[in-house]
Design a protein. Sequence first.
Length: 447
Amino acid sequence: MLDSLPDPLPITPVDGPLRGVVRPPGSKSLTNRALAVAALAEGTSHLTGVLDSDDTRVMLRALQTLGLAVEHDPDAATVSVTGCGGVLPATEADLFCENSGTSIRFLTALIAAAGRGTYRLDGVARMRERPIGDLADALNALGANVTCDLGTGCPPLTVKTGGLNGGVATVESGASSQFLSALLMAAPAAREPVALRVPGELVSVPYVRMTRGVLETFGVDLIEADSTFCLSPQTPAATDYAVEPDASAASYWFAAAAITGGRITVEGLGADSVQGDMDFLWVLEAMGCEVTIEEDSATVTGPTGGRLKGGQTFDMGPISDTAQTAAAVAVFADGPTTVTGIAHARHKETDRVAAVVTELRKLGQTCEEHADGFTIYPAPVTPATVHTYDDHRMAMSFALIGLRAPGVQIADPGCVAKTYPRFWEDFERLSRTHASGLGAGDEEVTS
C-alpha cells in the first residue's frame, strides 16, 4: 500500500460529517516498553496486540542482535521474547536504530545494565541531532561507560559495560521523559539498589506512569517519593502482556470527528486506558465536542458543521504527541488557539514546533511561534503541499486539514510507516463512510 502511494498524496475533502468505528494498531510506546522489560525478564513473555511498524521492528531486530530469542507474528500481532535474566548473551553489537528515539534510549540503558562488553548504537542523520547525553551521564554515574562518539551529546554512542553497580543518579528529563523511563526499566538489573533523582519539572509525566505500569505488570517493585525513584536489584518475571491500541494514533480519528462535525468511536481505548494521550479528548471537549468514554471505547461527536471554539490556551506538555493534531483542529476554530508546554517536542523526529508553524503558514494560516509552542489564528486554507520532515505525525495530522479544505497534499506519505503503516487505508475507508451515503445511525468498521 505505502509503495503505491503518489508523492505528494492529494487529500480529497468530504462534504459532510464522518461517522465510523476505528481500532488503531497497538501502542508504540507500550510495545517498546514491554519488549525492553521482557528482554530482561527470566523466562518467555508473550505479548499480544503488538504494533508492527518501523520503530517496533528496530527494537525487535536489536533484541535479536543482542542474542535474545524473539518470535514475531505480525499478522497475529504477537511477539514472544525469551528474556536474558539480567545478562545479555551478546558481548558486542552494532545497532542501527533508524530514527526511533524510544529504541535507542531504551536499548542504551538496557545494554549498560545487562551487557558485558562493547556495543555501538547509531541512527539516521536526524537521530544524530536528538539529545541523549543526559541519559549517558546518568548511566555513567551508576557505573557504566557510555560516550557520545562525536562529542555532541547525541548519537552515535559507544557503551562499554560490565553491568551497572547501582547508586544514585540525577536524571535531567527536560529534553525527554524517555531518559527516566529507560533508566527505570534498566535499574532492576543493577547489582545494588538504584535511586534516580529528577530535579525540576518532569516532562511527559503520563509516559513515566506508563513505564511504571509496564514494570509492575512484570512484577517489578519501585518506590517514588520526593521526585526520587528507588529500585532494588530484581529480575522481572515473564508474563503475558496485552498492548492497548495507540492513543496518539487515535487522536487523528477523534480530530476527524471534530473537524467534520461527525461521530467516530475508537475501540479498545476506554476508561481504564493507561495512556496519557487520552487526555487529548478534553482538548476537543473544550473546543465544543461531545466526548463519551466507556469501558472499552471512546467516542467523539463534533459540533454541527465543525464549528469549533477558539480563544483558548492548552498546556500540552504531558501529551505533546497530540499537539500537531490540535494544530490541525485549530485551523477550523472560530478564534485563535495557543498550545504551550511543548519545548521538548523540538527534539522529536523533527522540530515539531517550527514544522507546524512553517507548514500552517503555507496553508494560509497566521501563526506565532513561541519557545514552547505556537498560536494559530485561523483563516481560509490556501492549497499547498505539506512537507512532512520524515515525521509520521506531520503527515497524519495535516491530512486532517484536507478533509475540509481542497488542495491539501501530503509529501512523503509513506513516513507513516514509523508507527501506523495502515493509516492511509483507514483514512480512505473512514472517508468513504460519508461518500457511501450511510445514514445517521449507520457505522462502517475499519479493521
